[in-house]
Design a protein around this ligand. Structure first.
Ligand code: XMP
Length: 327
């Protein structure tokens, strides 16, 4: 019989056995997986853990503040923020292939951690000189299966937190959520006393807005997509649908333009795709039948408020055959 208290006790013991007195680093993405994984590790080994939050510029509106303020307040975890927005934009310049984007983002992530580690070692050396040897990952069971690490299933997408790790990785991985499904992770987060805002947060991919721009990632496109995404999230929350919807990717079709008429003139703008899905574990999903009035409101707001967007379309594909993300 599954019980979050038992899983926590078991994982705490396993983490303590694996890590001993070693130092551990964890990247917080802003999502529930890394937040719960870090909180578990913190419960097991306290301040041997330091968390790093990478602001790679592919984040959604307000995400950085939520991690830096709300999560830190709730957990007491040591947090360092690294601002590498420019580094990621240059690394992604000219790249439109989804798997290449994922690999670049995964690689830059690890490089950023290694740089952060180097700086943290300097700091730690003043105390006891013991380097950081372990890296916490919020890998879930479905990630393991879909990346071919489980029951021999073929690799569908190289999720950056499992399949996309570079070979020169210097860390030993700590993956306390590897046997768990999402709802179990949320139960553990609640049991650990994390704020509901974080525990109930919908999934958001590690590569962030970078894989929600179909086409090349640019600063201008990121800003546009971030604005549209914020509108969608605000309206879904206002409609009380956060728990009913598994997640709602908002996708910018950067290479597509269509003719519109806005104000006095003809426009030639980009479409935004809404991809609301209902799911239990992201392995399969159905498109969520959102109320028409809500769709109308979202569409009006996006086309009125987001410069360069003149059309909003709804993705009515289940998974399979479509994946949840467009890339
Ligand atoms: P797909 O698009 O494969 O997505 O149906 C399944 C779930 O995984 C999330 N996702 C990712 N998460 N790194 C992540 O951490 C990734 O590269 C990645 N790609 C997809 C997606 O948002 C959905 O919840």
């Amino acid at each position: 019989d599954w019980n979050s208290g038992n899983v926590i006790a078991e994982q705490v013991a396993l983490i303590q056995a694996q890590v001993g007195t070693g130092k551990v680093i964890c990247g917080l993405s802003g999502g529930v997986d890394s937040a719960v994984a870090a909180a578990l590790v913190h419960k097991a080994i306290g301040d041997q853990l330091v968390c790093v939050f990478v602001d790679h510029g592919l984040l959604r509106e307000d995400e950085r503040r939520q991690v830096e303020e709300d999560y830190v307040k709730a957990t007491g975890i040591r947090l360092v923020t690294v601002d590498v927005r420019e580094q990621f934009i240059s690394a992604l310049a000219g790249v439109s292939d989804p798997e290449t984007k994922r690999k670049i983002i995964g690689r830059e992530f690890i490089r950023t951690f290694e740089q952060a580690q180097a700086e943290l070692i300097k700091e730690a050396a003043e105390i006891d000189g013991d380097p950081i040897r372990f890296l916490v990952q919020g890998t879930l069971y479905p990630d393991v299966v879909e990346s071919g690490g489980g029951s021999g299933t073929a690799n569908i997408k190289s999720h950056h937190n499992v399949g996309g790790l570079p070979e020169d990785l210097q860390f030993e991985l700590v993956e306390p959520l590897r046997a768990l499904f999402k709802d179990e992770v949320r139960a553990i987060g609640a049991e650990l006393g994390l704020p509901a805002e974080i525990v109930q947060r919908q999934p958001f991919p590690g590569p962030g807005l970078g894989i929600r721009i179909v086409g090349v990632v640019t600063q201008e496109r990121l800003d546009l997509l971030r604005q549209a995404d914020a509108i969608v999230r605000a309206e879904l929350t206002a409609a009380g649908l956060d728990r009913e919807i598994w997640q709602c990717p908002v996708v910018l079709l950067a290479d597509v333009r269509s003719v519109g008429v806005q104000g006095d003139g003809r426009t030639y703008g980009h479409p935004i795709v809404l991809r609301p899905v209902s799911s239990e574990d992201a392995m399969t999903a159905d498109w969520t039948r959102l109320p028409y009035d809500l769709l109308a409101k979202i569409s009006n707001r996006i086309t009125n408020e987001v410069d360069g967007v003149n059309r909003v379309v709804l993705d009515v594909t289940s998974k399979p055959p479509g994946t949840i993300e467009w890339e």
